[in-house]
Ligand binder design. Structure first.
Ligand code: GLC
Length: 547
C-alpha cells in the first residue's frame, strides 16, 4: 500500500501525487470585475481538498500587460493587481499548505513582456547594460534577418528604430525572447525564483522550457546545444532543494529527450509535458487547425512508447487537457448522450497509467468546448489566426469550425460552480462567456451526486494513493490493433491492474485475460457488469498476488 501522507521535502514525492491546474482568470472571481482572482482560489481550496489533489499548478499571476493572459511577464516578483496582492498570494500559499496542497508556480523564462523594465532599458541603446538580455540582429526596417515566423503569426522579428535592430520573439511581438547566453540575465532569473521558494512555493511549471537555448540564425528554436547545461545550472542555482517539483513544457520532447530531462538523478527536471499524444488528430507536419479523426491504435502505440520508454528511466506527466488545448470530452469523447460516460472513461484510461496526473480545472466535471461567434474570442492566437485567414480569403465557416474544434478559449471559459447566474463564477460580466451548459454541468450538482464525473476523479485519485501498482507497475498493452478498445495491464511483483476502456459509442467484445478471472473491480462507469463492453464503458480490475 502507498503511504497516506507525502513527505514533500523528499525527492520523488510527486510520484504519489496528483496535481490540478488552475487558470486564475477563469476560476473564481470575488470582486465582481468578471476576472478570477487569488482570493477566489483560496475560497475554493476546500473543494480541491475534497477532490484529493496534492498541488495546484497555478497559471501565471505575476505582473503582466496580459497580452497572452499572463504568459508575458513584466515583473517576476510582483502579483498582477488584477489577481490581487502579495498578501493574497501569501494567504493562498499558507491556506493551501494547511490542506496538504502545494503551490506550483508557472515560470515563463523563455521570454518576458516587452513592458518588463529589462526590455524597456534594452531597447534604449545598444550599449545599455540590459541590451544583451534579449536577442538582437541587425537589418533594415524592411528586411528582417530571416523569415522565421512567430507561433502566433507574422514575423518572429520586430524592428526597434532606436537601436536600428530587430529583436527576436517566438511568440507575440509583446513577448521578446530572453538571451540565456547572458549570465547576468540567468542570475536575475534565479533570484526571482528564490524569491518564490522563500515565500513557500513548492514547485514550478516551466513554460516552453525546451526553447530557452535557441539560435535564430540557424532557425533553431528548441533543443539548442546549451539546453541541458542551462537546465542543470537552473536546478543547482535556483531550486537545489530535493523536494521542489518541476515540470517543463516541452513540445519538442520525444522519449529519448524526456529521459534526459527527467533523469532519475534529478539533475534537470522532475518531468516534462510532452504533446505527442495530443497531436495525433492533427495533420502530420500540418497546422494545429487542420484536424483529422483520432486513430485509437495510434494513440495506444504512442502512450505505450512513453510508458515503456520512461519506466525506470525517467518520469511521465499524464494529461489530456490544459489551458492551450480544447476540452478532451469534446475531442475524444462524446458531448451528447455519453458525455458523462466518456468523461469518466477518459479519466480512467489516463489515471491508470504510470506518471503524475494533472487535472485541468473543469475536466473533473466533464466540461465541454464552447461555440462562440468569431468576434467574441479573446485569445490572441485565435484572433491572429482569424484575421490572417479572413485576409487571405478563407471561408469564414471553415475558420469558425477550426476555432470551435481547436481554439484555446474552449478551455478558458469560466469554471462552472453552480446553476446560478454566470455559474457562480462572478457577479459581474465574465471576461469570456460562460458555457451555456452550466445549468446541467456544474460542481454543486456533481458534489451531491456520488455517481458524477467529479466523484470518479476523486475515487481515481484515492486509488492511486492506495495501490503501489499505479506508481510502480510495468505497462503491457493488450489488443494493439483494436480500433475501439484500449486495454492495458500494469504489474509489479505483488500486484496487477487491468484497465479496459471502450472509446466508442458501440458495444465491443472484449475478453479479459484469464489471469484476471478472480480480480476485484476497483472502479467502473456502469453500475452492473456485463460480458461485452457498452458505450464508453471503462473499468479497472485489480489482483494482489499476496493472497
Ligand atoms: C505556453 C503556454 C501558452 C503561451 C505560450 C507562450 O505554451 O502554455 O499559454 O501562450 O507558452 O508563453
Amino acid at each position: 500500500m502507498a503511504e497516506a501522507k507525502l513527505d514533500k521535502s523528499a525527492s520523488g514525492w510527486w510520484k504519489n501525487a496528483v496535481f490540478y491546474q488552475v487558470y486564475p482568470r477563469s476560476f473564481q472571481d470575488t470582486d465582481g470585475n468578471g476576472i478570477g482572482d487569488l482570493r477566489g482560489i483560496t475560497q475554493r481550496l476546500d473543494y480541491l481538498q475534497t477532490l484529493g489533489i496534492d498541488g495546484i499548478w497555478l497559471s501565471p499571476v505575476f505582473a503582466s500587460p496580459q497580452a497572452d493572459n499572463g504568459y508575458d511577464i513584466s515583473d517576476y516578483c510582483a502579483i498582477d493587481p488584477m489577481f490581487g496582492t502579495m498578501q493574497d498570494m501569501e494567504t493562498l500559499i499558507s491556506e493551501a499548505k494547511k490542506r496538504g496542497i502545494s503551490i506550483i508556480a508557472d515560470l515563463v523564462l523563455n521570454h518576458s513582456s516587452d513592458e518588463h523594465r529589462w526590455f524597456q532599458e534594452a531597447r534604449k541603446s545598444r550599449d545599455n547594460p540590459y541590451h544583451d538580455y534579449y536577442l538582437w540582429r541587425s537589418g533594415t526596417p524592411d528586411c528582417p534577418p530571416n523569415d522565421m515566423q512567430s507561433v502566433f503569426g507574422g514575423s518572429a522579428w520586430t524592428w526597434v528604430p532606436e537601436v536600428e535592430q530587430y529583436y527576436f520573439h517566438q511568440f507575440a511581438a509583446k513577448q521578446p525572447d530572453l538571451n540565456w547566453d547572458n549570465e547576468e540575465l540567468r542570475r536575475e532569473l534565479y533570484r526571482c525564483i528564490r524569491f518564490w521558494v522563500d515565500k513557500g512555493v513548492e514547485g514550478f511549471r516551466l513554460d516552453v522550457i525546451d526553447q530557452i537555448a535557441k539560435d535564430p540564425d540557424r532557425f533553431l528554436t528548441a533543443n539548442g546545444p546549451q539546453l541541458h547545461a542551462f537546465l542543470q545550472e537552473l536546478r543547482r542555482e535556483a531550486f537545489p532543494e530535493p523536494g521542489i517539483v518541476t515540470v517543463g513544457e516541452a513540445w519538442s520532447a520525444n522519449v529519448e529527450r524526456a529521459r534526459v530531462f527527467s533523469a532519475p538523478d534529478g539533475s534537470e527536471l522532475s518531468m516534462v509535458f510532452q504533446f505527442e499524444h495530443m497531436c495525433l488528430d492533427q495533420q502530420p507536419g500540418g497546422q494545429k487547425w487542420d484536424t483529422i479523426p483520432l486513430s485509437l491504435p495510434k494513440l495506444k502505440a504512442c502512450l505505450t512508447r512513453w510508458q515503456q520508454g520512461l519506466h525506470g528511466k525517467g518520469w511521465n506527466s499524464l494529461f489530456l487537457d490544459n489551458h492551450d488545448l480544447p476540452r478532451i470530452v469534446s475531442r475524444w469523447g462524446d458531448e451528447g448522450a455519453y458525455r458523462e460516460k466518456s468523461a469518466k472513461m477518459l479519466a480512467t484510461m489516463l489515471h491508470g497509467l504510470e506518471g503524475t496526473p494533472y487535472i485541468y480545472q473543469g475536466e473533473e466535471l466533464g466540461m465541454t468546448n464552447i461555440r462562440l461567434e468569431l468576434d467574441e474570442y479573446q485569445d490572441l492566437e485565435i484572433r491572429n489566426m482569424v484575421q490572417e485567414q479572413l485576409a487571405r480569403g478563407d471561408d469564414p465557416e471553415r475558420i469558425r469550425a477550426a476555432v470551435w474544434a481547436r481554439g484555446r478559449d474552449n478551455a478558458r471559459t469560466p469554471m462552472q460552480w453552480d446553476d446560478s447566474e454566470n455559474a457562480g463564477f462572478t457577479t459581474g460580466t465574465p471576461w469570456l462567456p460562460v458555457n451555456p451548459n452550466y445549468r446541467q454541468i456544474n460542481a454543486a450538482q456533481q458534489l451531491k451526486d456520488p455517481d458524477s464525473v467529479f466523484h470518479t476523479y476523486r475515487r481515481l485519485i484515492e486509488l492511486r494513493k492506495t495501490y503501489d501498482v499505479f506508481r510502480e507497475g510495468s505497462f503491457r498493452l493488450l489488443c494493439p490493433e483494436d480500433e475501439a478498445v484500449f486495454a492495458y495491464v500494469r504489474e509489479t511483483e505483488r500486484e496487477k491492474l487491468l484497465v479496459v476502456c471502450n472509446f466508442s459509442a458501440e458495444m465491443q467484445d472484449f475478453t479479459a485475460p484469464q489471469e484476471f478471472s478472480d480480480a476485484k473491480l476497483l472502479i467502473s462507469n456502469y453500475t452492473d457488469q456485463s460480458c461485452t463492453l457498452r458505450p464508453y464503458e471503462a473499468k479497472m480490475l485489480y489482483l494482489s498476488k499476496d493472497k
